[in-house]
Design a protein around this ligand. Structure first.
Ligand SMILES: NC(=O)c1ccc[n+]([C@@H]2O[C@H](COP(=O)([O-])OP(=O)(O)OC[C@H]3O[C@@H](n4cnc5c(N)ncnc54)[C@H](O)[C@@H]3O)[C@@H](O)[C@H]2O)c1
Length: 264
């Protein structure tokens, strides 16, 4: 019960990684405000947590709407008088498209959800955390902010931007005992990756040094660590959860042949 009596807000908590993080934080004793744009799935996350004797409440939240973000954090503060943890997780992948063909509205929407939404939530969370003299903020970036991702220029731009937000916020907020870190998941099984996995699961698992696709609980474990007391000296950092996927490159096959150390 590492997080006993901590209050957490998780965005996009109705599905995949956000749901797994919510479950994990609740299993460690936190009261989790499960927020999502979709009520039915957010409520289902709450039901799962409650079935496991955890504490959670659903609040509707579209992170693109700054007024709704403000009202949501106000509600949390009215209920609990404090806020310890913010997980900026809500996100969509957008439609894949070559860079010059991405519609302006699609580009703006992606940046609105991932970047503006995370900024609005961070801005509303910080005053409560400053009052506490401590806080944990985690921004969900992606391996796409390291390797780029063909066809997803809008998504990659948003995920790179979150690293800038993470690092500058970490510096600004360190004097108040607030840490700000980012997670960079690789390929994780969720609604967001169901399309690509339906076409290339075997190939992607084979290309991953640890030989499998990640699960939302792998990311949740990393998030829980960054929220724990053990991580109190870590800020402005990025934790990669990708089974080693980023390490693989075109040289590997050539080197295997050259050194005759192929595993096959
Ligand atoms: N799955 C992966 O492989 C992977 C890899 C790297 C990063 N990520 C990131 O992890 C996060 C979670 O992704 P996931 O794989 O769990 O996807 P998911 O589709 O399972 O979950 C995303 C959740 O965000 C919610 N959401 C969408 N728009 C919203 C909005 N405007 N306001 C509030 N909630 C909104 C959805 O309703 C959904 O519940 C995203 O930021 C995604 O970019 C995922």
């Amino acid at each position: 019960m590492n997080l006993l009596n901590k209050v957490a807000v998780v965005t996009g908590a109705g599905s995949g990684i956000g749901r797994a993080i919510s479950e994990k934080l609740a299993s460690q004793g936190a009261f989790v405000y499960v927020t999502d744009i979709t009520e039915a799935s957010g409520q289902e996350t709450v039901n799962i947590i409650k079935r496991n004797n955890g504490k959670a409440k659903y609040l509707p939240l579209d992170v693109r709407n700054p007024e709704q973000v403000e009202a949501t954090f106000q509600k949390v503060a009215n209920d609990t008088g404090k806020l310890d943890i913010l997980i900026n997780n809500a996100g969509i992948p957008g439609q894949p498209s070559s860079i010059e063909q991405i519609p302006n509205a699609e580009w703006t929407n992606l940046l609105d959800i991932h970047v503006n939404g995370s900024f609005y939530c961070l801005k509303c969370a910080v005053p409560y955390m400053k009052k506490n003299g401590s806080g944990r903020i985690i921004n969900m970036s992606s391996l796409a902010s390291e390797t780029s991702l063909r066809g997803y220029g809008h998504y990659a731009a948003a995920k790179y931007a979150l690293l800038g937000l993470t690092e500058t916020a970490a510096k600004d907020l360190a004097p108040y005992g607030i840490t700000v870190n980012a997670l960079k998941p690789g390929v994780i099984r969720s609604a967001l990756t169901s399309g690509i996995l339906s076409m290339a699961e075997e190939e992607l698992a084979k290309a991953t040094p640890l030989g499998k696709i990640g699960s939302p609980s792998d990311v949740a474990a990393a998030a829980a660590f960054l929220c724990s007391d053990e991580a109190s000296f870590i800020t402005g950092a990025t934790l990669i959860i990708d089974g080693g996927f980023r390490l693989v490159n075109e040289m590997d096959n050539a080197m295997d042949r050259f050194l005759s150390i192929s595993n096959s």
